[in-house]
Design a protein around this ligand. Structure first.
Ligand SMILES: NC(=O)c1ccc[n+]([C@@H]2O[C@H](COP(=O)([O-])OP(=O)(O)OC[C@H]3O[C@@H](n4cnc5c(N)ncnc54)[C@H](OP(=O)(O)O)[C@@H]3O)[C@@H](O)[C@H]2O)c1
Length: 284
């Protein structure tokens, strides 16, 4: 038997992560001699952790908050996705060379398109300009969406738009995160995406957009998956809009990491049921 391959999630905190359950179920279902473990790494130990990954030959990493940007400088190479976004959520150890990828954006689009059809030509309003929003914004523009970004810290939205324009040569818009401005842009939007942490457990009563700003032929996508039905999705349902929750993104960004590490198609259904089960367990 080949020696066991070890994959790690590095972040701080990682206690609530669904990824170990999701990946270990995937490895088991394809009978791969691999194991996935979440490790809590404070920022001051990130350099040592990456040195450790090299020293003991860890096969791959997932990287989460707060290390997605900082780890970029500790790797040997970045693929296109990580280069564009300037952040990494997946690392592959290729015979000692550490290569960074970013699967968040394409994972989000796959989950969305699986549920609500193509984003090509859609008018999209994206809430947020943090790590996940950045990745999603680049993937949306590459997939042919017309993008407007709204963020609480407006200069971050503007900076993201100028990054997109510089790196992709496509235009995008930014607006301040104010009700009057949102009302205006949402009137003509096909898709609203929440890529902020607003509405996430334990702040489940919060939403940036209420039903009066949503119209019924719009799709509303919330990447927050705890809870699965956020206040925003409740507001959207009451306005008659189609809704997509954040579990699909979690599964698809993971499935893309799985493909990077193993070269194999991920068992999507197995991963989704494992993530759903774990979410139920962590709720108790
Ligand atoms: N489904 C998935 O697979 C998946 C993957 C990644 C992330 N996520 C979820 O996505 C969310 C964002 O993650 P991230 O990594 O992008 O975090 P992040 O980099 O910390 O960004 C947070 C974003 O939320 C905004 N925000 C936070 N509190 C706010 C408030 N009270 N009012 C308005 N805006 C607020 C921030 O705005 P400012 O710029 O003004 O601070 C920023 O745009 C988290 O809930 C995370 O769990 C889901």
């Amino acid at each position: 038997m080949n020696p066991v391959k070890i994959f790690l999630l590095v972040g701080d905190p990682v206690k609530q992560s669904l990824s170990p359950a999701m990946f270990n179920a995937a490895f088991e279902s394809l009978r791969l001699n691999s194991v996935y473990v979440a490790v809590e790494v404070p920022t001051k130990f990130l350099d040592d952790t990456v040195a450790g990954v090299r020293a003991i030959g860890i096969s791959g990493l997932n990287v989460t908050t707060p290390h997605k940007i900082r780890i970029v400088d500790l790797l040997d190479e970045l693929d296109d996705s990580a280069n564009l976004v300037g952040a990494v959520n997946t690392v592959k150890n290729q015979r000692g060379k550490l290569i960074g990828f970013n699967t968040d954006g394409d994972g989000a689009i796959r989950a969305l398109e699986e549920n609500a059809g193509t984003v090509k030509g859609s008018k999209v309003v994206l809430l947020g300009a943090g790590g996940a929003a950045r990745a999603i914004a680049f993937s949306l523009v590459r997939a042919g969406a017309e993008l407007t970004i709204a963020n609480r810290t407006f200069p971050r939205a503007k900076a993201l738009v100028s990054d997109i324009e510089r790196k992709l040569g496509s235009s995008a818009n930014s607006v301040p995160l104010r009700r009057d401005r949102l009302r205006k842009v949402l009137k003509n939007a096909d898709l609203l995406i929440n890529a902020t942490s607003v509405g996430m457990y334990p702040n489940v009563g919060q939403t940036l957009v209420t039903s009066d700003l949503i119209h019924h032929d719009m799709v509303v996508y919330d990447i927050v998956y705890k809870p699965l039905e956020t206040r925003l999705l409740k507001e959207a349902k009451s306005a008659g809009a189609e809704v997509v929750n954040g579990l699909g993104m979690l599964v698809h960004q993971g499935a893309l990491s799985f493909k990077v590490w193993t070269g194999k198609q991920a068992p999507i259904k197995v991963m989704e049921s494992a993530a759903r089960r774990e979410l139920g367990r962590k709720d108790k």
